[in-house]
Structures are given as structure tokens and as C-alpha cells.
Design a protein around this ligand. Structure first.
Ligand code: SF4
Length: 422
């Protein structure tokens, strides 16, 4: 029985040929459209473009356009991010997932990379995952809150306040993400409204805790993804996705059938359930979890959540098992793997040493790490000293020394650059 909602199935959905809109590669288009900005998710508002929200894309048009041009990845043309790629030569090992796909390019040069979900789409497993995920919403265990209520009937009682339809606050090319995601043409971000955390210092609280955004169907999310691909973005970046895994899988199925071939980024607060991660295995190419706290008591006080440290550690272990350390294209753009974010909070509320020790000792010293220094008091932070003050430069300096002591050398360049001019 197909219980998926109204979804958009392209006519050529089952013909096994993947297509995409051709991406213009002229030099002007390759230039960044605006200067880099500090990373803002959870610690700042989306960029100006994103703040302007979005117009609901035309799914019919996305289908029509997306189906016009065959994807060069499979025909030796390699447009844009379907271009020929190579594994980061600095890494000793490849991702450890059985779903990884690196193969000889048709032009006989380098190794072609294929996003993981394409194979699942061809085998029919992606459709099964999408349907299974939708069923999970009937007794929801799609994040570690385990509300176990029927979201298909009501959002009442759900911590994430999200029922059958996801809400999106904005989408667009974003230039404030980590360097390997941003590249030259930006990360194609889709910001979901609501969240399964309740951080008292959240700078996006109007989106994450008040639900600012528009309800959308999976076919509309798919159209957003195809539009971002057409714009030339390097990846599709799902921001705050933990509570909308089912809607994302339904949308990925539609978009993949219509020619999506960009890596998918799962940009999460880190409070993800094993059930959700099992559904995403072989679908997500790049996991980017926050590790917000090293101590669950702090998490309980400041993000209103139980056992955050245990849940996030289990989640990061599973993410790393699925995708391995981060691999980059020859141009330095992320293809597959794990990036971890850790926002250093005043007074060591974030438990930085415990987090870094875990990453170095139990995940990998080759983990790509964004150590973030941009904390500013926001939302209800004034009620929770020492969160009522910005991070002191000496506090971030101490965090950087800890990273060095634990041998974590793959630090995102933005954090490093900011620190070097403090
Ligand atoms: S996604 Fe998480 S917060 Fe939302 S209903 Fe399911 S278990 Fe609850």
C-alpha cells in the first residue's frame, strides 16, 4: 500500500536514466555572488537572501526543465558538480560505507563520484525508504525525542510541532557555510522551520521555536532542490532536518527521479535517533552534526533535552560508520563524509574538551571540525549567565589549543582565520 502523500512522479521515473538541468559554467557564473559571511545557522540569522524567504517553486516546471537534459555524470559530459572528481589524496582511506560509489570516469581520467542515493533510486530501495519513513510518522520515533504520536493526524504534542507537512523558512545558495560546502558557488540550503531542540540561546529562535515559514509538500521541496542544482550550488544542504526526515526522503525520491545529482548534506543539531539514521543510510552523502555539549546536564538546562551527550555521540558514531572521514573533490569541494561543528560557549558550558576527546579518540583524528567562536547572547540568553555575554577570546584560544592537543588537524579555515586575527 502506498501511503505517501501527494507526490510528483515524473513520467520517466522508472526508465533508469538520470537527468538534470544543464548548469551554466561561464566564468561570471563561477564567481561568488557575495562575500563570505560568518556561519549563521543556530548562531545567527540566515543570510540576506535567505531572510527574504522564498517563492514556492513551480514543481511542474522543475519536472519539465529537470527532464530535458541528460546528466553528464553518466555520459561523459560532467557538468558542474557532476564533474570528474578525485579522492582527497591526503586521506589514507576511503569512506567505509558499502554505499560509496567511486568509479572510473568515462573519459578515463580520475574517478567519478556518484551521490549515494542514485544507486538506491535505481534499485527501488529509495522508494521503499521513503514509504517506510512516512510510516514512522504514525508513531513517531524519527528523532531522539521519541514522542511516539501520530503526526499524520496531528502535530499536537509533538516537540517539533510538525505534522505531515514540513515547513520551510527559506532556501537559496548560502556562502556562510564551511569552506568545503560553500566552494565557489555556494551551498544549496533549505532551512526547515521548527526544531527538536529548545536552545535558550538560539539566534534563529523565530524559525526554530516559533515556526516562521511555509508549509510545503514533498514535490515542492524537490522543486527547490532542482532549482538549487540549476543555480549551480555544490550540494543540497538540509538545515535542521531531524524532525522532517520522512518529508526529506519523499522529496529526494522525487528530485532524484527528475535528475538531481548533487551530494546531500544533513545539517543537524545532533539529536538524531538510530531509527532515522538507518533510514538515511546510503541516502545522505555528507553528515554535518553539531556536537553542542559534552555534558548532558548542561544540555538539559540550556537546550531542554535529555541525554544529549549520549545521543549525539551515538549518532556521530553511526554517521561516521556510514560515510567515513570527509573526502573532497580535486577543487576542494566536499563529496562525502563527516564534518562536526562545535560552538564554544562562554564558561565552558559546551564541555569542549569532552567533545574533542570523543572525536579524536572514538571517531577519527581526521574528522573535519568546525570549531566556532561566534557565540553572541540571543533569545533568552540573558536569563542564563554566563550565556549573557559573548565568548572571550581567551576561551576560544583555549579551545584551539585543545584541538591541537588532541591531534585534530582538519579545522575549517574560517574558524582558524578568525582565531588568528583575534
Ligand atoms: S520528529 Fe522528534 S520531536 Fe518530532 S514528533 Fe517525532 S520524535 Fe517528536
Amino acid at each position: 500500500m502506498n501511503i505517501l502523500p501527494k507526490i510528483f512522479i515524473p513520467e520517466h521515473a522508472d526508465d533508469g536514466v538520470v537527468r538534470e538541468e544543464h548548469v551554466d559554467r561561464d566564468e561570471a557564473h563561477d564567481e561568488p555572488r557575495r562575500p563570505d559571511e560568518d556561519h549563521q545557522r543556530h548562531q545567527g540569522q540566515p543570510d540576506a537572501h535567505a531572510q527574504g524567504g522564498f517563492e514556492k517553486p513551480d514543481a511542474e516546471r522543475a519536472h519539465r526543465d529537470g527532464g530535458d537534459v541528460e546528466c553528464g555524470q553518466f555520459h561523459g559530459i560532467f557538468p558542474d558538480d557532476c564533474e570528474e572528481r578525485s579522492i582527497n589524496p591526503t586521506l589514507k582511506k576511503r569512506p567505509n560505507s558499502q554505499h560509496s560509489t567511486y568509479r572510473r570516469g568515462e573519459r578515463g581520467m580520475g574517478i567519478a563520484f556518484e551521490p549515494a542515493y542514485i544507486r538506491l533510486m535505481r534499485s527501488g530501495e529509495l522508494a521503499e525508504r521513503a514509504e517506510l519513513a512516512w510510516r514512522h510518522m504514525a508513531e513517531c520515533d524519527l528523532c531522539a525525542r521519541y514522542c511516539r504520536l501520530n503526526r499524520l493526524e496531528t502535530a499536537k504534542g509533538a516537540v517539533c510541532r510538525t505534522g505531515e507537512r514540513a515547513l520551510v523558512s527559506s532556501c537559496g545558495a548560502h556562502f556562510g557555510e564551511e569552506a568545503p560546502l560553500t566552494g565557489r558557488r555556494g551551498s544549496g540550503t533549505i532551512f526547515f522551520s521548527w526544531c527538536n531542540l529548545r536552545c535558550v540561546f538560539c539566534q534563529n529562535w523565530e524559525i526554530s521555536q516559533k515556526g516562521a515559514g511555509q508549509a510545503v509538500e514533498p514535490d515542492e521541496i524537490a522543486a527547490m532542490m532542482l532549482n538549487l542544482q540549476r543555480e549551480g550550488c555544490h550540494n543540497i544542504n538540509f538545515v535542521t532536518p531531524s524532525h522532517v526526515v520522512a518529508q526529506i526522503l519523499a522529496a529526494v525520491l522525487i528530485a532524484a527521479r527528475a535528475g538531481l545529482c548533487l551530494p546531500l548534506v544533513y545539517n543537524t543539531g545532533g539529536y538524531d535517533s538510530p531509527e532515522a539514521l538507518a533510514l538515511l543510510d546510503g541516502v545522505i552523502d555528507i553528515y554535518m552534526p553539531d556536537m553542542k555539549y559534552g555534558d548532558s546536564e548542561k544540555a538539559r538546562k540550556y537546550s531542554k533535552v535529555r541525554d544529549y551527550a549520549g545521543v549525539s555521540r551515538a549518532a556521530v558514531r553511526e554517521m561516521h560508520r556510514q560515510v567515513g572521514d570527509l573526502t573532497l573533490s580535486k577543487n576542494g569541494v566536499a563529496q562525502r563524509g563527516l564534518l562536526v561543528r562545535h560552538l564554544v560557549l562562554p564558561g565552558d558550558i559546551s564541555g569542549t574538551e569532552a567533545v574533542l576527546a570523543f572525536i579524536a579518540n572514538e571517531i577519527s583524528p581526521d574528522t573535519w571540525l568546525n570549531l566556532m567562536d561566534q557565540y553572541r547572547p540571543c533569545h533568552r540568553a540573558a536569563e542564563y549567565p554566563p550565556l549573557d555575554r559573548p565568548l572571550a577570546s581567551r576561551e576560544f584560544e583555549e579551545a584551539m589549543k585543545l584541538a591541537e592537543r588532541y591531534g585534530l588537524g582538519r579545522l575549517d579555515r574560517k574558524g582558524v582565520m578568525r582565531w588568528s586575527i583575534l
